[in-house]
Design a protein around this ligand. Structure first.
Ligand code: UFG
Length: 325
């Protein structure tokens, strides 16, 4: 199949594009390289352009005429979204509208959308199910929730001719098992990446944000999912839509979590570095525990995780991080 991948030069998009290419699909990556990298596009063609450029988007989409679109391009830093909300509504919500409009014009009717657990805000239940209320607590989560609502309405209005799978990612981590691609954000904010940069000596300390949460060890619990298991979920979602599946929203996580302290201990073990981890106050907007209910993705897509293993997640991320040095 021909797959149009927005943000395919970024962290998650490049892993999915790689998986699609390995499976023999034809891939066109559409990325403005604002955070992505040309070298991360291992298969297919790269068009360097933004989704705000409606003329280029419409032209490239029509010329390529894909069987489906996978939409990763987005701004993703929660803290930044609080300071610069308009950037998030433009890059995430307005650009997704542009994409949907261009897809409808070009007669492309299948979309796999990168959503996020941030749409739940402070989840009331653990694990959190897709039916839980959407109550984002920052503009990043709101911008993605709006996209979900737009997609719901578009699917309702255009029936079978426009269908989507929205995948709500939990904490995506790890890297390509062969070490070819991985995370390369400037000023990385994610726990595992920051822990590894501290182990490497690039940062002088890792802050542990909050030790007084209502969890067994007082630190926040997250559901860390290896990026290749997430990539496989996208392939299954593509098969599902190609087989006539109806629009659906699915959580992507393993269904259990690790505390910050547990992640730090495992990062120290994997790297062999007893790095400096300092207990600090809470970071604003962090829910105490966020774990995916994953029964739906397993039953709807037949998804079976193969890397549900914190050691593997950290080891692949560490191999990548060392390569960056
Ligand atoms: N943390 C630290 N120190 C750090 C970095 C993080 O203690 O240096 C803690 C955070 O406070 C949090 C946990 O580690 O408790 C995980 O934090 P991350 O920043 O790695 O990830 P988040 O859970 O904040 O964010 C992830 C995704 C977001 C998504 C969010 C949904 O990266 O895109 O889940 O809640 F919006």
């Amino acid at each position: 199949m021909k797959i149009f991948v927005t943000g395919g030069a970024g962290y998650i998009g490049s892993h999915v594009a790689k998986t699609l290419g390995d499976l023999g699909h034809d891939v066109l990556v559409y990325d403005n390289l604002s955070t992505g990298n040309e070298w991360a596009v291992l298969h297919g063609r790269l068009v360097v352009a933004g989704l705000e450029d409606k003329l280029t988007l419409a032209r490239v989409l029509k010329e390529y005429s894909p069987d489906a679109v996978m939409h990763f391009a987005a701004s993703i830093v929660v803290h930044e979204s609080v300071i610069s909300p308009i950037k998030y509504y433009l890059n995430n919500t307005a650009c997704t509208l542009n994409l949907i409009e261009a897809m409808l014009d070009a007669g492309v009717g299948r979309l796999i959308f990168s959503s996020t657990a941030a749409v739940y805000g402070i989840a009331q239940g653990v694990p959190v199910l897709e039916s839980a209320p959407l109550n984002p607590i920052n503009p990043y989560g709101s911008s993605k929730m709006m996209n979900e609502l737009i997609l719901r309405d578009a699917s309702g209005a255009y029936g079978g001719s426009f269908r989507h799978v929205s995948l709500r990612y939990f904490n995506v981590a790890g890297a390509d098992g062969e070490g070819r691609i991985g995370q390369v954000y400037k000023n990385a904010t994610h726990l595992i990446t920051r822990a590894l940069k501290t182990a490497k000596g690039e940062l002088d300390r890792l802050d542990i944000y909050g030790t007084d949460y209502p969890t067994p060890d007082g630190t926040c619990i997250r559901d860390y999912i290896h990026v290749e298991d997430l990539a496989h979920a996208h392939v299954l979602a593509l098969d599902y839509l190609s087989g006539g599946g109806e629009s659906v929203v699915l959580n992507c996580g393993y269904g259990h979590g690790f505390s910050v302290r547990e992640v730090v201990a495992e990062a120290k073990r994997v790297t062999g570095a007893d790095f400096n981890a300092v207990e600090c106050g809470r970071r604003e907007g962090d829910p105490p525990e966020l774990v995916a209910g994953n029964g739906k993705i397993k039953s709807v897509l037949g998804w079976k995780p193969v890397h549900d293993d914190l050691e593997y997640i950290i080891r692949t991320a560490w191999n990548w991080e060392k390569k960056l040095a």
